[in-house]
Design a protein around this ligand. Structure first.
Ligand SMILES: [Zn+2]
Ligand SMILES: [Zn+2]
Length: 132
Protein backbone atom coordinates (compact mmCIF):
# COMPACT_ATOMS: atom_id res chain seq x y z
CA UNK A 1 0.00 0.00 0.00
CA UNK A 2 1.18 3.45 -0.83
CA UNK A 3 1.00 6.61 1.18
CA UNK A 4 0.39 10.14 -0.04
CA UNK A 5 1.71 13.19 1.68
CA UNK A 6 2.76 16.75 1.23
CA UNK A 7 6.15 18.27 1.86
CA UNK A 8 6.28 21.92 2.74
CA UNK A 9 8.72 24.52 3.96
CA UNK A 10 7.95 27.04 6.69
CA UNK A 11 10.56 29.44 5.44
CA UNK A 12 9.67 29.74 1.75
CA UNK A 13 6.85 28.76 -0.59
CA UNK A 14 8.19 25.31 -1.48
CA UNK A 15 5.63 22.53 -1.35
CA UNK A 16 5.26 19.26 -3.17
CA UNK A 17 2.81 16.37 -3.12
CA UNK A 18 4.58 13.06 -2.75
CA UNK A 19 3.78 9.35 -2.93
CA UNK A 20 5.54 6.47 -1.27
CA UNK A 21 5.42 2.75 -1.35
CA UNK A 22 3.90 0.06 -3.44
CA UNK A 23 0.70 0.29 -5.46
CA UNK A 24 -1.32 -2.57 -6.86
CA UNK A 25 0.22 -1.97 -10.28
CA UNK A 26 3.69 -2.63 -8.85
CA UNK A 27 3.34 -6.23 -7.89
CA UNK A 28 4.27 -7.99 -11.08
CA UNK A 29 6.50 -7.16 -14.01
CA UNK A 30 3.75 -7.44 -16.61
CA UNK A 31 1.69 -4.85 -14.76
CA UNK A 32 4.71 -2.59 -14.37
CA UNK A 33 5.31 -2.69 -18.10
CA UNK A 34 1.83 -1.22 -18.63
CA UNK A 35 2.76 2.10 -17.05
CA UNK A 36 6.56 2.25 -16.83
CA UNK A 37 7.86 5.08 -19.02
CA UNK A 38 11.65 5.07 -19.25
CA UNK A 39 12.58 3.24 -22.44
CA UNK A 40 15.73 1.68 -21.01
CA UNK A 41 13.81 0.23 -18.09
CA UNK A 42 11.08 -1.10 -20.37
CA UNK A 43 13.64 -3.03 -22.39
CA UNK A 44 15.11 -4.48 -19.21
CA UNK A 45 11.72 -5.52 -17.87
CA UNK A 46 10.91 -7.31 -21.12
CA UNK A 47 14.16 -9.23 -20.94
CA UNK A 48 13.83 -10.14 -17.30
CA UNK A 49 10.24 -11.33 -17.58
CA UNK A 50 11.44 -14.47 -19.32
CA UNK A 51 14.51 -15.17 -17.23
CA UNK A 52 14.90 -17.73 -14.52
CA UNK A 53 14.58 -16.81 -10.85
CA UNK A 54 13.71 -13.21 -11.48
CA UNK A 55 13.09 -11.10 -8.41
CA UNK A 56 12.38 -7.42 -8.28
CA UNK A 57 11.68 -4.43 -6.08
CA UNK A 58 9.48 -1.61 -7.29
CA UNK A 59 8.11 1.29 -5.26
CA UNK A 60 7.70 5.03 -5.22
CA UNK A 61 10.18 6.97 -3.16
CA UNK A 62 11.96 10.27 -2.80
CA UNK A 63 15.38 10.75 -4.32
CA UNK A 64 17.39 13.65 -2.97
CA UNK A 65 20.13 15.24 -5.05
CA UNK A 66 23.38 15.32 -3.12
CA UNK A 67 24.48 18.47 -4.82
CA UNK A 68 21.47 20.81 -4.89
CA UNK A 69 19.00 18.97 -2.57
CA UNK A 70 16.37 18.72 -5.28
CA UNK A 71 13.68 16.21 -4.33
CA UNK A 72 12.51 13.86 -7.04
CA UNK A 73 9.49 11.70 -6.31
CA UNK A 74 9.87 8.77 -8.63
CA UNK A 75 9.72 5.04 -9.00
CA UNK A 76 12.60 2.81 -7.88
CA UNK A 77 13.05 -0.37 -9.86
CA UNK A 78 15.56 -3.09 -9.19
CA UNK A 79 15.42 -6.44 -10.95
CA UNK A 80 17.71 -9.39 -10.67
CA UNK A 81 17.85 -12.91 -11.95
CA UNK A 82 20.31 -15.74 -11.65
CA UNK A 83 23.02 -14.08 -13.73
CA UNK A 84 22.25 -10.39 -14.12
CA UNK A 85 20.66 -7.37 -12.51
CA UNK A 86 19.31 -3.95 -13.37
CA UNK A 87 18.67 -0.87 -11.26
CA UNK A 88 17.05 2.20 -12.75
CA UNK A 89 18.65 5.59 -12.27
CA UNK A 90 17.86 9.27 -12.62
CA UNK A 91 19.67 12.53 -13.19
CA UNK A 92 18.71 15.58 -11.20
CA UNK A 93 16.28 17.68 -13.27
CA UNK A 94 17.75 20.82 -11.75
CA UNK A 95 21.53 20.37 -11.83
CA UNK A 96 21.99 17.20 -13.93
CA UNK A 97 23.99 15.35 -11.29
CA UNK A 98 23.33 11.64 -11.05
CA UNK A 99 20.81 10.99 -8.30
CA UNK A 100 21.65 8.47 -5.57
CA UNK A 101 20.80 4.90 -6.54
CA UNK A 102 18.15 4.50 -3.89
CA UNK A 103 15.35 6.74 -2.65
CA UNK A 104 15.35 7.87 0.97
CA UNK A 105 12.11 6.07 1.65
CA UNK A 106 12.66 5.77 5.36
CA UNK A 107 12.49 9.47 6.01
CA UNK A 108 8.73 9.58 5.48
CA UNK A 109 7.90 10.73 8.98
CA UNK A 110 11.00 12.65 9.87
CA UNK A 111 11.45 16.26 9.01
CA UNK A 112 14.91 15.41 7.89
CA UNK A 113 14.93 16.59 4.32
CA UNK A 114 16.44 19.98 3.65
CA UNK A 115 14.32 22.44 1.72
CA UNK A 116 15.60 22.29 -1.88
CA UNK A 117 14.73 25.93 -2.51
CA UNK A 118 15.85 28.05 0.42
CA UNK A 119 18.06 25.35 2.06
CA UNK A 120 17.43 27.05 5.40
CA UNK A 121 14.70 24.87 6.83
CA UNK A 122 13.93 21.21 7.20
CA UNK A 123 10.77 20.22 5.36
CA UNK A 124 7.59 19.25 7.15
CA UNK A 125 5.75 16.17 6.03
CA UNK A 126 1.99 15.86 6.27
CA UNK A 127 0.64 12.45 5.42
CA UNK A 128 -2.76 12.37 3.80
CA UNK A 129 -4.02 8.90 3.15
CA UNK A 130 -3.45 5.61 1.45
CA UNK A 131 -3.53 6.16 -2.26
CA UNK A 132 -4.44 2.67 -3.30
ZN1 LIG B 1 20.63 18.58 -8.23
ZN1 LIG C 1 12.36 26.61 1.93
Amino acid sequence: MGVAGKLSCKQCSYSQNVFFGIGFKYIDLNRILEWYEQEEGRQQIKEFINKENTEFECYDGLYVCEQCKYILNSVFLHINSKDSSYTNSYDCPRCNMAMPKKPVLDDVNSGLLDCPDCKEEKLEMHLNMDWD
